[in-house]
Write a new protein. Sequence first.
Length: 117
Amino acid sequence: VQLQAFGGGLVQAGGSLRLACAASGLTVSSYTIAWFRQAPGKEREFVATIGWSGTTADYADSVKGRFTISRDNAENTVYLQMDNLKPEDTAVYYCNTDYNLANNDYWGQGTLVTVSS
């Protein structure tokens, strides 16, 4: 089972990026999927989550109105659209399933987002 985040990069403040969470060995439609991020020297923090059906979503206050989480179950992928990026959004972004969060310490490969001022 693997989860990999893709799509990070360097962007100026106010810009946009779209991250993708690709899964292998599991079917994302069976899970609630969440995005987390970890900035240098800080703890990993919750960013957004989406239910298995895609009809429910929740966001950290710091990203509400700027980030949008979505899923394409046919592509077995979950996305995080990030608009109006701020320097404080700079972090390594990870995705994970609700099952992993509750039952083990698995974290897949993250993707680095750097927002310049």
